[in-house]
Design a protein around this ligand. Structure first.
Ligand SMILES: C[S@@+](CC[C@H](N)C(=O)[O-])C[C@H]1O[C@@H](n2cnc3c(N)ncnc32)[C@H](O)[C@@H]1O
Ligand SMILES: [Zn+2]
Length: 664
């Protein structure tokens, strides 16, 4: 049985109309090719299913019942020359999964990792990649202008990048997925990679700037790599690695299945990503790490493989580790101690950033985060990487330890370093400490100390605005449009310089009082002269620059009007309430107590689109009852009892999920 599964576009079902011209074009190609085109195989094997998804009349019957791909050997050699073959396979063993413009073949045995829920992750990455490409061009143009202004000598220099490659490319007049060479790629020809990685598809002249090369270091089925190649204009090449033979075979099959643009741009190699990245220093403008669980073992080589000004995109799904489930494990992997505060998901992002910075610093490099997202069951950060021994000295200013009270959850940050400026010179010194007394000044209990975390901004708000605008301008091209635009909207309103957030519910739990509404609490903070915003990480999270004693004073004033039952005197809440407030809180509604998005009723947080929207166990692993903590009782039962309708992947193929079972 062959099945065609399409990830629905949450934004607009009309997006299917966009697919029609492509399909018609492909169908034409199928006829030219004698009915053996790749995408048509699916329609050929099950015309009614394909047609029902795409509302087309049934395609002509195929004359082939199996698809045999000739793609060279899989000896793991790295380099573009070797022939890639995949053994003959029977199309009947596969289902076709469509996400964005990519279609991948998933084998019934499901030996290769695929998680539908990661569509949010892939869409967000595509959005960042598009913005990266346009910002990079903008920066290059500004640099050329600067050179020109600097004087004729410099201006006359050719627009050549550090490694001396220039390019001037002409348009082939076709967009991704519409390349005329479709007919030329016959099944017995190997997928070829563009000889010149500088060749661009969109034909824009970029004044000597090479189009970017992307490394998808942990590629599994190649879905992500293929989406990058087909959906993002201006990419020169995507190299997809995996150290698993079945994944590389699947990736090569999928590259071929996706037609000429994928074939000309995506290369797949069997390789240990760590070795590959180490041996390709500063070669990739974009490096994407999307591992099972922790990325920690890949970071040292990844930061070396990114070109100057390039971008590293990195996922971590070991949230239990990053959120303090096992502090010592987190320390061994990331070099930071996590705390189990309500803000732990943001702390996870900041631990990952601090860890990447620390690896970058080893090579006189440093990071600039452009977007850092906690979504679904993982964190994903997008950081640019630069080399500068002097800029690197600023790192301790961007890191802090966190003191968190064991009684009332008040938290305080202590930066690792500080600077003293005298005339034009700057001295770098250790931070002053301790930032807090031995016992909590609010409730008298001890502090736990965590970190160091990245305490500088985790997003570049100009980037966030550009990404959001770009996403909105092509909403039909993002299957997860609703979700990613909601996340980006919330991020765009976050206070950029406040590292962690408070939980209003947690404050009230400490005092055992009823909760003011978020609007009333936000008004009191604003009326006291401080700033406050939401957090994309938690709908109940509140970021503010008001110090903890002001926050507690506001709550003391609230409790005066909303009294609580008497509690034992040694409890943190009782100690806090025993003090008279210094500040008299004003709860009158402040104009800015609702964010712009809230005022306009723009979606900021969305529920998961369906059940079991979560991580998966490692490819090929059998789901057993021990995965309950990761996947939930329903999901495990549905797999154990073969209840395929409950599953969000291909029937009986849900055996692959993440090893990180224990990680959530
Ligand atoms: C979570 S999956 C990647 C999913 C993929 N990025 C996507 O979006 O669908 C992780 C992949 O990393 C591969 N992998 C694990 N360790 C590796 C290593 N040292 N080098 C290369 N690949 C590795 C695994 O075989 C697996 O296919
Ligand atoms: Zn306390």
């Amino acid at each position: 049985m062959i099945t065609f599964i399409q990830i629905p576009n949450q934004a607009n079902p009309r997006n299917l109309n966009k697919t029609l011209p492509n399909l018609r074009r492909r169908r034409r190609r199928m006829i030219i090719n004698g009915g053996d085109g790749r995408s048509e195989m699916a329609s050929g094997k099950n015309p009614s299913q394909i047609s029902s998804v795409l509302s087309l009349p049934p395609p002509p019957p195929p004359h082939a019942t199996s698809f045999v791909a000739e793609m060279g050997d899989t000896d793991g050699k790295i380099g573009g020359e070797e022939k890639h073959t995949v053994a003959a396979f029977d199309i009947n063993d596969f289902v076709v999964i469509k996400e964005g413009e990519a279609e991948i073949l998933m084998h019934a045995k499901n030996e290769v990792f695929y998680n539908k829920a990661q569509v949010n992750n892939r869409d967000m990455s595509i959005a960042v990649l598009r913005t990266f490409i346009s910002k990079r061009e903008q920066e290059h143009e500004e640099m050329l202008l600067k050179r020109k202004r600097a004087g004729p000598k410099v201006a006359e220099e050719p627009a050549v990048e550090a490694d001396g490659v220039t390019d001037s490319v002409t348009d082939n007049g076709k967009s991704n997925g519409e390349c005329e060479v479709s007919e030329e790629i016959s099944q017995d020809e190997p997928c070829s990679v563009s000889e010149d990685p500088a060749v661009k598809q969109d034909g824009k002249v970029r004044g000597g700037l090479k189009p970017p090369r992307v490394l998808e270091a942990l590629s599994a089925s190649g879905l992500r790599a293929i989406r990058y190649a087909r959906e993002v204009d201006g990419i020169a090449q995507v190299v997809a690695l995996d150290n698993d033979k079945a994944s590389v075979e699947a990736c090569r099959r999928n590259i071929k299945f996706n037609g000429s643009v994928a074939c000309s741009k995506v290369e797949s190699h069997l390789a240990d990503a760590r070795v590959y990245m180490l041996t390709h220093p500063k070669e990739y403008d974009v490096v994407d790490l999307d591992p099972y669980g922790t990325p920690s073992i890949f970071l040292d080589s990844a930061v070396q493989s990114v070109a100057d000004g390039g971008i590293l995109m990195c996922t971590a799904t070991d949230m239990a580790v990053l959120c303090g489930g096992n502090g010592e494990v987190c320390y061994s992997k990331y070099g930071s101690y996590p705390l189990r505060g309500k803000y732990c998901h943001e702390m996870a992002l900041r631990i990952l950033l601090a860890c990447i910075e620390s690896h970058a610093n080893r090579y006189k490099r440093y990071i600039v985060p452009v977007l850092s997202v906690q979504m679904d069951f993982y964190v994903r950060v997008f950081v640019r990487i630069y080399t500068s021994a002097s800029a690197m000295k600023n790192t301790p200013l961007k890191l802090s330890y966190v003191y968190q009270c064991t009684g009332c959850d008040s938290f305080h940050l202590q930066p690792l370093g500080r600077t003293v400026s005298k005339n034009s010179s700057v001295r770098y010194l250790p931070g002053f400490g301790p930032a807090v007394a031995q016992d909590c000044s609010d409730c008298g209990k001890k502090y736990n100390m965590g970190g160091p975390i990245w305490s500088a901004p985790i997003h570049d708000l100009e980037w966030v605005t550009s990404i959001l605008e770009d996403v909105k301008s092509m909403k039909d091209r993002y299957p997860a449009f609703n979700r990613i635009s909601a996340v980006l909207t919330t991020i765009s309103e976050e206070l950029p310089d406040v590292p962690l957030y408070l939980s209003l519910h947690n404050l009230c739990a400490t005092l055992k009082c009823t909760s003011p509404s978020a609007v009333i609490f936000r008004s009191a903070v604003i009326n006291a002269g401080y700033r406050i915003s939401g957090s994309h990480v938690n709908p109940l999270g509140l970021k503010t620059d008001a110090p903890m004693d002001v926050i507690w004073d506001i709550m003391r004033c609230w409790v005066k009007n909303h009294p609580v039952k008497a509690q034992p005197p040694d409890q943190a809440g009782s100690v806090i309430l025993a003090k008279e407030p210094i500040l008299q809180a004003n709860f009158a509604r402040a104009v800015a107590s609702l964010s712009k998005a809230q005022a306009k009723k723009v979606a900021r947080f969305l529920p998961n689109p369906e059940r079991h929207w979560g991580p998966k166990v490692r490819a090929g692993r059998q789901i057993t009852s021990k995965h309950v903590s990761l996947l939930g009782v329903d999901a495990v039962n549905s797999v154990i009892h073969n209840d395929h309708e409950e599953n969000d992947g291909p029937p009986s193929k849900r055996k692959k999920t993440e090893e990180t079972s224990h990680d959530l």
